[in-house]
Each structure stands twice: as C-alpha cells, then as structure tokens.
Design a protein around this ligand. Structure first.
Ligand SMILES: [Zn+2]
Length: 140
C-alpha cells in the first residue's frame, strides 16, 4: 500500500453512465458499493488500514525496545547452540551485534554473582573479557 495516495480524504470520480458518485476503498482502492459514507470495501480493509496507521512510530522508546529485543535474540541464538550455559568472549558478543549498553534488569543468584538480563536471557561478566550467558537466572 502506498500511504501517499491513501489519506483520510476519500477520492471521488463520476461514472459517466449513471452519474452516481463512485468511491474507492481507502485501503485497497477498489470501488465501494453501498452507502456513500463508506470508506472501506470490507472489514478486512478497515482493520488493515487502522493497523498500519496505528503502527508505533520511530520513537526513543521503540528504538530502545528494538535494541533490547535484538540483544535478547543474540543471547538466545548463542545459548541454543550450547546447552544451558555458554562461555563467550566480550569481542565475540560484540561481533554478533550485541550492545552492552542495553539490558532490562539485574538479577543475582548469589550476593557476588550479578547477571545483566535482556528479558529472560542474561550474562555475567567474569574477570578479563569472559562472559557467561545464561537463561534461568533472569526469570523474574
Ligand atoms: Zn478495500
């Protein structure tokens, strides 16, 4: 769908034979039959149109959410390849696209074992550049 030609204003044209006003679906552009105040040819088009205009815009909150979800996905993918715990270097995580500035919360299983979590996946920074990736510890 091209949003430029589908705005809130309905477009009109005239059928030369009947001189009745033709209207077009705001979403899919097919001819609308029935009441003259209809803007959509069917419910599916109305829902699709409103879903698109209600899509979250690019905002700081959405941008951070995307980074958090991306971090989670990276941890999940890496952890799936190993068993329940993975040791990885900081550089390897960075090379996978991980962004250490973003995490959702911090959990501890012991006073001195701190895990930075991205939702249900997390990591513990060990001495040096080693990092342990885990899952269960991050469940709230
Ligand atoms: Zn339609």
């Amino acid at each position: 769908m091209t949003t430029s030609s589908h705005d809130f204003k309905s477009r009109f044209s005239f059928n030369s034979q009947t001189q009745t006003e033709l209207k077009y679906c705001t979403y899919c552009d097919t001819t609308i039959r029935g009441r003259s105040d209809k803007r959509f040819c069917n419910d599916a088009c109305r829902y699709a149109y409103h879903n698109e205009i209600n899509k979250e815009p690019f905002t700081l909150v959405n941008s951070i959410n995307r980074k958090l979800k991306r971090n989670r996905k990276i941890l999940q993918t890496l952890l799936l390849k190993s068993k329940s715990k993975l040791e990885i270097s900081r550089d390897d995580l960075l090379n996978n696209g991980f962004n250490f500035r973003y995490f959702t919360h911090i959990n501890k299983d012991k006073p001195d074992r701190v895990f930075q979590c991205c939702y249900d996946f997390g990591y513990q920074i060990l001495k040096g550049t080693k990092i342990v990736v885990v899952q269960e510890i991050c469940e709230i």
